[in-house]
Design a protein around this ligand. Structure first.
Ligand code: NAD
Length: 280
């Protein structure tokens, strides 16, 4: 048990990677607070882990949800050692040319308020507790935090912003609180949803044959499952192993960055749209 007596808060802990992190951290002896908007998912967590979890319903777009979760975490477990910003949505690689003009504002706001502001508000709410415990922050990034073609401009821009926040917050919060990121690639066992503003809220990554799509691209030859991707989170949350570690982001993506170019660009989409006169 590598995380005995540690207390962790995970956003988006009801599905996919977040749920795998909760399960693994409980196995490693941690107690875990979860903020998620899925009522059914929170019930499942309580049934699975009992007193080892505090499950709070809320939305990461709102500071009050984060404050409530941190307060319940500290009230129940006495402290908070590690804050994991993880809840996110995808744009299903929707290209800019494909986003209708009248949806762009809303889509941008939705993406950035969940995937970027959701992390920032969480750290803001947890600052006092993390200062008291001399704790740490872990952000789930993505291969899209480093490379194109892991999403559209909305998702890729948002994930790059997280890399910037890791560095800036590591600078601002050191030496008291360490801040790092983990950038997974495509994951098996994910229910990742799309943007409501693009009518993609009910689309789930679980229905996409991602494993088949990635197996010939990844140097590892296979997509990792959410469970197989929890080891780095345990490592980053283990105080004794990570004394010198802050401001870093681990590429944890099956080697996507060394795969070479899968396609030169997506300019053919512009040809399709404008030659048909669709958006002229
Ligand atoms: P998932 O949909 O399986 O789980 C996300 C959880 O977050 C769900 O329980 C959902 O209810 C919750 N959530 C979403 N929006 C919320 C909100 N506004 N407020 C509160 N809770 C909210 O997704 P996942 O694949 O596990 O993704 C987790 C993280 O991993 C995301 O940041 C995602 O960008 C990143 N990621 C995923 C992949 C992948 O292939 N699935 C790859 C790289 C990075």
């Amino acid at each position: 048990m590598r995380l005995k007596d540690e207390v962790v808060l995970v956003t988006g802990g009801c599905a996919g990677l977040g749920r795998a992190i909760v399960d693994r951290f409980v196995c490693e002896g941690a107690r875990v607070a979860v903020l998620d908007r899925s009522v059914a998912g929170l019930e499942e967590l309580r049934a699975a882990h009992g007193d080892a979890v505090v499950a709070v319903e809320g939305d990461v777009r709102y500071l009050d949800s984060h404050k409530e979760t941190v307060a319940k975490c500290v009230e129940t477990f006495g402290k908070l050692d590690c804050y994991i910003g993880n809840a996110g949505v995808w744009d299903y690689s929707t290209a800019l040319v494909e986003i209708p003009e009248d949806r762009l504002d809303e889509a941008f706001d939705e993406m950035y308020s969940i995937n970027v502001k959701g992390y920032l508000l969480g750290v803001k709410a947890a600052l006092g507790a993390l200062y008291a415990s001399r704790g740490s922050v872990i952000f789930t990034v993505s291969n899209a935090g480093f490379y194109p073609a892991g999403g559209g401009a909305l998702y890729t821009g948002a994930k790059h912003a997280i890399v910037g926040m890791v560095k800036q917050l590591a600078y601002e919060l050191g030496p008291h609180i360490r801040v790092n990121g983990i950038a997974p690639g495509g994951l098996g066992g994910s229910d990742l949803r799309g943007l409501k503003a693009l009518d993609l809220a009910e689309v789930s990554l679980s229905k996409v044959p991602l494993g088949d799509m990635l197996k010939d691209i990844l140097p590892t030859g296979q997509m990792a499952s959410a469970e197989e991707s929890t080891g780095a989170y345990v490592f980053f949350a283990t105080r004794s192993e990570t004394v010198p570690l802050t401001g870093s982001v681990l590429n944890y993506d099956g080697g996507i960055g060394v795969r070479g170019m899968s396609e030169a660009n997506r300019g053919d989409l512009l040809d399709q749209f404008y030659s048909k006169g669709a958006l002229v």
